[in-house]
Design a protein around this ligand. Structure first.
Ligand code: DC
Length: 224
């Protein structure tokens, strides 16, 4: 089990997907699950200032996840909503939804079930600390706020969006603040995690470094 945590825009999903591919492991993007829940709240017009209503919706909405294709596909009431979870509307509320304990309870249970058989690379905010505290390898990816904003802006620009860079930077900063300050499973570095700063680093080098860490761990397992 490989846990990759870190703030938004640190490169987690790109790196985690490639590490999984190289190892022949399953990749699970837990952020996609929180985003699907946020979309469910928007669709049902749940008032976010009412945590009991948020918990009720999270407990009742028919929600499924399929990781078999290498992409984390999320379904609400049987509909594949994977293409609808990265909109500005969802991004704006997802941190607030993810801070509600009932939402986390449902998703953490699902995430643990997905990891039961091992052979998995899971990325998120609390994987090494809460979801899989016994993970064999824990990585905390980070990068400067400026670099993360530049990456996010470029991604969006390639997808045809024309957001202002300063707005992108501000929204990342706000999301960092909410994800780190919440009471329930805040974004934290696990004590046994390897911290990798990806500022100015290529994806290939970061992936290669993580693969070296995984091989070292596997070698140690085989001699223990
Ligand atoms: O990785 P992402 O930006 O798609 O995540 C969306 C939001 O979900 C993010 O603001 C924090 C939350 N999240 C979380 O609280 N715990 C996780 N394991 C993954 C994501």
């Amino acid at each position: 089990m490989i846990a990759i945590d870190g703030p938004a825009g640190a490169g987690k999903s790109t790196v985690a997907r490639q590490v999984a591919e190289r190892l022949g492991y399953m990749y699970v993007d837990t952020g996609a699950m929180y985003r699907a829940m946020a979309l469910a709240m928007l669709r049902a017009r749940v008032p976010l200032e009412d945590p009991a209503a948020v918990e009720r919706c999270a407990a009742e909405v028919p929600f499924e996840v399929d990781v078999s294709s290498g992409i984390t596909r999320v379904f609400l009431q049987g509909e594949d909503v994977t293409g609808q979870i990265r909109t500005p509307e969802v991004s704006r509320i997802v941190s607030a939804v993810a801070a509600v304990p009932g939402v986390r309870r449902r998703l953490v249970k699902l995430q643990r079930r997905l990891a039961e058989r091992g052979g998995i690379v899971m990325d998120g905010r609390d994987i090494g600390t809460v979801v899989l505290p016994g993970a064999d390898v824990k990585i905390f990816l980070t990068a400067s706020l400026e670099e993360r904003a530049r990456r996010r802006w470029r991604e969006w620009w390639q997808a045809g969006r024309t957001d202002d860079m300063e707005d992108v930077r501000r929204s990342l900063e706000e999301r960092d603040r909410l994800d780190s300050a919440r009471d329930e499973s805040p974004l934290r570095v696990a004590p046994d995690a390897v911290v990798i700063d990806t500022t100015g680093e290529s994806i290939e080098r970061v992936v290669a470094r993580i693969l070296r860490i995984c091989r070292g761990r596997l070698d140690r397992c085989s001699t223990e």
